[in-house]
Structure formats: structure tokens, C-alpha cells
Write a protein that binds this ligand. Structure first.
Ligand code: THU
Length: 179
């Protein structure tokens, strides 16, 4: 369902990137009539909705007795399988793992490494939850050209590719470069 140039099936009035038009923060072209840069992989609206719902469900299982900041993630593989994850905190605070990394580790440990998209949910009402730097780097390990849907509890979201979240990143290919 990755689009290959075709526009995603969204209402004409909607932003191509997010369902919350004023909040879309994707880079715009310099001219006002330039289309914004689209993610390489955009899901059908129904698939987006399901992924967002899965991330909200995952959030209910968050173990966050210290921060009281529950986060849920739902990771869609290229094979169509969804792995969920929540943040899991620890009394030794730095051992906390974020929802995004929980989902990725579950997927990889089950043999899935090709990802199409991830949805992330938090309880923050007025802003889209944004993955931390560590999670961005772990996402990037498995490609730069897949989509991250960052949602509000009301289901509105902002979507960016991993490349957009972590530009000019260091990845597996860099280790192969001549030294
Ligand atoms: N957290 C996530 O799970 N994902 C994010 O994108 C942001 C932060 C968690 C880590 C910690 O358990 C809590 O939120 C507060 O930082």
C-alpha cells in the first residue's frame, strides 16, 4: 500500500501529511504554490486509523509509575503484521525503555525487520507526541524511508519519515565505508 506517486486518498481539504491541517509541520517548498515533500510511504486512511487505535491500546499497558507519562506504539511491518509496544520504566531510571523501542525490539526479535510505519500515542492533548533521539536512532537502524505517525489522543496526527525525524544520520552503511 506504499504509494508510488499517487496521492493518498484523503479529502481534498486535508493536508497530505496530517489530519490536523494547522498543525502540520512538514517542510514546505520555498514558493507558496509548491507541494510539500510527501513521505515515501503513505498508508490508506483506514490503515492509519487502525494503527493509531493499536497505539492507543498499547498505551493502556504502559508501565510508568515514575513519569506518569504513558506512551503506546504500533509498528506495521511490510508483511502487514503489527507489533505494539509501551514504555516500561524502572526504579533505576535510565533503564526505562520507550514505547517505540519496545515495539521495534519485539518485531526484530520475532524476525521482522522491514517496517512500513509506526504510530505513537500519548495522553498529551495539545501536541503530537515526538519520539526521543534514542528512538529515532533505533528506528533509523531499520531504514530511513518509513513513516512515523505522531498522534494526539483525539486521533489527529502528524506524519514524518524517519529521514525527516533524523536527517543526516549515521547508520549501518556508514560502517562499510572505506577508512
Ligand atoms: N517516552 C516514550 O515511551 N516515547 C516517547 O516518544 C517519549 C517518551 C516515555 C519514556 C518515559 O517512560 C516517559 O515517556 C517520560 O519520558
Amino acid at each position: 500500500m506504499c504509494h508510488t506517486g499517487a496521492r493518498p486518498r484523503l479529502p481534498r481539504s486535508s493536508c497530505l501529511h496530517c489530519s490536523s491541517v494547522p498543525a502540520c509541520r512538514l517542510p514546505q517548498g520555498p514558493g507558496t504554490n509548491m507541494a510539500p515533500k510527501r513521505p515515501a510511504c503513505t498508508l490508506d486512511p483506514e490503515d492509519i486509523k487502525q494503527l493509531l487505535l493499536s497505539s492507543q491500546e498499547a498505551k493502556k499497558l504502559a508501565y510508568c509509575p515514575y513519569s506518569h507519562f504513558p506512551v503506546g506504539a504500533a509498528l506495521l511491518t511490510s508483511q502487514g503484521k503489527v507489533f505494539s509496544g509501551c514504555n516500561i520504566e524502572n526504579a533505576s531510571y535510565p533503564l526505562t525503555i520507550c514505547a517505540e523501542r519496545t515495539a521495534i525490539q519485539k518485531a526484530v526479535s520475532e524476525g521482522y525487520k522491514d517496517f512500513r510505519a509506526m504510530a505513537v500515542a500519548s495522553d498529551v492533548q495539545d501536541d503530537f507526541v515526538s519520539p526521543c533521539g534514542a528512538c529515532r536512532q533505533v528506528m533509523r537502524e531499520f531504514g530511513t524511508n518509513w513513516a512515523v505517525y505522531m498522534a494526539k489522543p483525539d486521533g489527529t496526527y502528524m506524519v514524518k519519515t524517519v529521514e525527516e525525524l533524523l536527517p543526516n544520520s549515521f547508520g549501518p552503511d556508514d560502517l562499510q565505508k572505506p577508512k
